[in-house]
Design a binder for this molecule. Structure first.
Ligand SMILES: [Zn+2]
Length: 266
């Protein structure tokens, strides 16, 4: 009997030992695995870092209104230095004045859009037909100069408050794509440093809200002189400039009951 108990006891010991040795390699292998995983993680991080960077590249749209002007060439040179792309919303008389600059904008791969003729609130927004006429005149001139037919438009001073529903419908039914902005550089009123600061601050706000920044700037010398600082910031912070395409979904201000006819102001 004692022998039997001893035998069972020894048997248990053998089984226990076998079990414990079975689990040990598992632990070891999981450790090895986790080490492997660790090293492959670090390898993956290394190899994928550049790819992730590409995926994470944030888009930004640079837009320049009121050109072409004597500053356009400087703007184009700076954009070229940074391999950046932009969209120019141009005035019809200025296009007629400097057709070679309009062609240069297109040759350098930027987008072109229409900003009307008079840039005068009382003329442009007088009626649906006056707004449409200014835009189509600008469209025809652009096409005559460059052969490019653009449907991208930005109305003077933006679409709010004077572009009421009926104006929007007329422009829309004629195939025009209305573009406002969500970053106002205020480069027409601020000094160079102030305009850069205000743009960067608003870009960060838009990005934090998950919105693609669309920056309103003007085709003017002060803006041109400090554009490289803005482009350096964008490049350092992982932004990629893109031009607006005909099929890009347009961004418009919302009226929120703020839109009204120009005549009600008078
Ligand atoms: Zn303008």
């Amino acid at each position: 009997m004692k022998k039997l108990i001893l035998f069972i006891f020894l048997g248990c010991l053998v089984i226990f030992y076998a079990c414990s040795t079975e689990t040990e390699p598992d632990n070891e292998s999981s450790e090895i695995y986790s080490e492997d995983k660790g090293s492959s993680d670090s390898q993956r991080t290394e190899s994928d870092r550049s790819q992730e960077k590409n995926i994470e590249k944030k888009t930004v749209y640079l837009t320049f209104d009121d050109g072409p002007t004597s500053a356009t060439t400087d703007i184009l040179d700076t954009l070229h230095q940074f391999n950046a792309k932009a969209t120019f919303f141009m005035l019809e008389p200025s296009m007629r004045e400097s057709p070679e600059v309009v062609n240069k904008i297109i040759e350098q791969g930027h987008a072109v859009g229409l900003h009307g003729v008079t840039h005068d609130i009382n003329n442009f927004y007088k009626s649906e037909q006056s707004a449409l006429k200014e835009i189509t005149t600008a469209q025809e001139t652009l096409q005559q100069i460059t052969g490019v037919r653009s449907n991208l438009i930005r109305t003077p001073y933006g679409s709010v408050p004077y572009l009421t529903k009926s104006y929007r419908e007329v422009l829309d039914s004629n195939g025009f794509k209305l573009w406002d902005w969500n970053v106002d550089s205020r480069d027409w009123s601020l000094s160079s440093e102030q305009y850069l600061d205000t743009v960067i601050e608003q870009i960060e706000e838009q990005v934090n809200a998950g919105v693609t920044p669309i920056i309103l700037m003007h085709d003017k010398q002060n803006t041109a002189d400090h554009l490289s600082s803005l482009l350096a910031y964008l490049s350092e912070h992982g932004f990629q400039t893109e031009k607006i395409k005909e099929n890009t979904k347009p961004y418009n201000f919302n009226c929120y009951q703020r839109c009204h006819q120009i005549s009600t102001q008078e």
